[in-house]
Design a protein around this ligand. Structure first.
Ligand code: GAF
Length: 376
């Protein structure tokens, strides 16, 4: 790769890619041991990598400031690394913490996953390096083991208490499908998602309202769910069946009830969505998405005016359904749209944002793409 060559003065040993994702349904369920249904985006982090024998970890981002971040692989300290370099450095740290013999590396990363858009740009950075280290150092880890290592990097090096959905999506999604994942035991199944065959498109609207999962709000929601499960004497909210929801809610303090209602109904929506896809009823997914958005807006309260506007406008312009995707507090919306109405829905959203005085959103169709892989 020419860029690697110009930065590091030699050819890389290999080039790997790991994608961002959109989550069809199953939001804020992963840290409750629940179900998720993400799709990998064509947008990826691409890493050209070469081992070094002096223990130095040298990191360069094509989206960065033009400087190489130089660290010692054996002395990585979360407090001493800032910005995007925390993600790849965290992966080397997590692999070494787990006893894997990962040493020095030259790494050139180029990513087109929008950042701060709820599309898992950080998981893509982590997973691409995990995949590269796995091969270059012959670690023999499975994609799920690499995803768990990447999650550890984000939890304990970057300091964001995320669940495992984004890393599993980036490692394990397959082209043309959605990943039905049970986050309790990581049981997974690729569910075919032939949007084109059904005359449908998945439109992503990046509202450009940047979200930061490290700012405390996400951790607060997670803590609320864990407190509710403890009060109900359950291992996790996943263990509360929908039929027992009403009885459980009256046992909880008022502020925890909407959180629990969201998680229980959202898990049911994932199962409903998978049943619809298995039955070939892709259009039937629309109302499930819109119901999921109402739950995130009214119960979980992680929506914002821009995501609400994008959802309402898309549905009013003819989308079969729409909802915010990812952690929330901004980020992106996905809309399920008949192919013939794609332009109309996209134009309506752009007009509505202009009229409301919001920043122009970035709008693009999402094609279900492959998970992490070696490119050369
Ligand atoms: C973020 C987190 F990283 C995921 O683990 C998940 O909790 C998601 O928000 C909400 O579903 O993307």
């Amino acid at each position: 790769m020419t860029d690697f060559q110009s930065v590091f003065g030699a050819a890389p040993e290999g080039v790997w890619a790991a994608p961002g994702r959109v989550n069809l349904i199953g939001e804020h369920t992963d840290y409750n041991d629940g179900f998720v249904l993400p799709v990998a985006l064509p947008h990826s982090a691409v890493a050209a990598v070469r081992r070094r024998d002096d223990g130095l970890l040298r990191l360069y981002s094509a989206q960065g400031d033009g400087l190489v971040t130089e660290l010692k692989a054996a002395e990585l300290d979360p407090a001493a690394v800032t910005g995007w370099a925390r993600y790849p450095a965290g992966v080397v740290w997590a692999l070494r913490e787990a006893g894997h013999p990962v040493g020095g590396l030259d790494v050139h990363i180029d990513s087109d996953v929008p950042t701060g858009a709820g599309l898992s740009s950080s998981a893509a950075l982590e997973c691409v390096l995990a995949a590269a280290c796995n091969e270059l150092y012959g670690l023999g880890l499975t994609p799920a083991e690499l995803a768990l290592t990447a999650q550890r990097a984000e939890n304990d090096f970057v300091g964001v208490p995320c669940g495992v959905m984004d890393q599993m999506a980036s490692m394990c999604c397959a082209e043309g499908g959605a990943l039905f994942l049970d986050t309790r035991d990581l049981a997974q199944r690729q569910v075919p998602l032939d949007l084109a065959g059904a005359g449908l498109r998945l439109l992503v609207v990046d509202t450009r309202v940047k979200h930061d999962l490290g700012d405390g709000a996400y951790a607060g929601l997670r803590a609320g769910c864990e407190r509710a499960a403890a009060l109900l004497d359950l291992p996790a909210l996943r263990d509360l069946p929908p039929a027992a929801l009403d009885g459980a809610l009256v046992q909880l303090p008022a502020e925890l009830r909407p959180l629990v209602r969201h998680v229980v109904t959202e898990n049911a929506r994932v199962e409903q969505a998978v049943a619809l896809l298995d039955a070939g009823d892709l259009a039937g997914l629309g109302p499930v998405l819109t119901a999921g958005h109402a739950s995130l807006r009214d119960d979980y309260r992680v929506s914002c005016p821009e995501t609400d506007l994008a959802v309402a406008t898309a549905v009013a312009a003819g989308a079969l359904g729409a909802r915010m995707t990812g952690g929330g507090f901004g980020g992106s919306v996905l809309a399920l749209v008949a192919a013939a109405r794609l332009e109309q829905v996209a134009a309506a959203v752009l007009d509505a944002f202009a009229e409301a005085g919001h920043t122009t959103p970035r709008v693009f169709p999402a094609v279900p793409s492959a998970g992490a892989r070696r490119l050369s």
